[in-house]
Design a protein around this ligand. Structure first.
Ligand SMILES: [Zn+2]
Length: 280
């Protein structure tokens, strides 16, 4: 009970930062957070005392923070041993009456869905533990260079709009947030790009993709999404953001809608890809 209260309080302060607070107020809240926050590693249960975020190289991303990491230093190291992978996925066939010449689009995954990364994503999705986003975030940011290498000729990904894969409104209400939106917003803020969580909507309650065959996954997400009405016309380049990439059926369906809706270019970032047997 107390731990949940602490986590909620810290998550609220997290959402207020960094844009809407002075640096001094941010540091005060960080210190309160540090006092209240769980001090155990989310993966191994060990102490996180040695893993304060301000001691890491990417400290500037954390607002000069005094806050605890959610992983101990060993697990943080394991998390960062993950490597980015570039995939090219087919765009789902466009609906009748729409035309799009795009047939494939790039997806960059930040790591493999196992070990500490799997644990953090599961905490985020099923345990209302929003704080773990700041541990996943540096990993997500590493996808930037890979994505830039396949981006539009001469253009910068700073001009893209970051769009999270939407949850069904019922599920988002129940969870209290969309985990992909938390990631997409932080990425957009750091890169200096736009963020839009309303461009895509999930209109169908889909079953969880886990455990379904590739064909069942495609059927499950078929016509499960819609573009918001105000998006008619030129959309510019778009970066979709999702948590876990398995068969790519969800991303393909979203990419199809966006390209048919006039997006100049579509790419995607996923925090993790499902492991292959060879990853074990
Ligand atoms: Zn640990």
């Amino acid at each position: 009970m107390w731990r949940k209260f602490s986590r909620d309080l810290v998550a609220i302060t997290e959402q207020l930062q960094p844009a809407r607070m002075t640096r001094q107020a941010g540091i005060c809240l960080d210190m309160i957070s540090l006092f209240l926050c769980e001090e155990r590693c989310r993966y191994c249960g060990g102490s996180v005392e040695s893993a304060l975020l301000h001691s890491r190289d990417d400290s500037k991303l954390m607002n000069g923070s005094f806050r605890n990491a959610c992983l101990c230093s060993e697990c943080t190291q394991r998390l960062h041993e993950n490597c980015q992978t570039l995939w090219w996925l087919p765009v789902s066939p466009p609906k009748q009456g729409t035309r799009s010449s795009t047939t494939i689009f790039p997806v960059v995954t930040a790591g493999i869905y196992q070990g500490p990364l799997r644990k953090l994503i599961r905490r985020l999705k099923y345990d209302n533990d929003r704080l773990v986003v700041r541990d996943i975030f540096p990993l997500l940011l590493k996808t930037k260079e890979v994505l830039q290498s396949v981006w539009l000729d001469g253009a910068s990904i700073e001009h893209a709009i970051f769009v999270p894969v939407p949850l069904h409104p019922d599920r988002e209400r129940k969870r209290g947030y969309n985990q992909a939106a938390l990631m997409a917003e932080q990425l957009a803020t750091e890169i200096g790009a736009r963020f839009d969580a309303t461009l895509l909507r999930r209109t169908k309650r889909t079953r969880p993709q886990f455990g379904l065959s590739k064909l069942e996954r495609q059927e499950n997400v078929k016509e499960a999404f819609a573009l918001s009405l105000r998006s008619a016309g030129e959309l510019g380049p778009i970066i979709l953001v999702d948590d876990v990439f398995t068969s790519g059926a969800t991303l393909s369906e979203c990419a199809s809608l966006l390209t048919a809706g006039g997006a100049a270019f579509v790419a995607a970032i996923a925090a993790a890809r499902a492991p292959f047997r060879s990853d074990a």
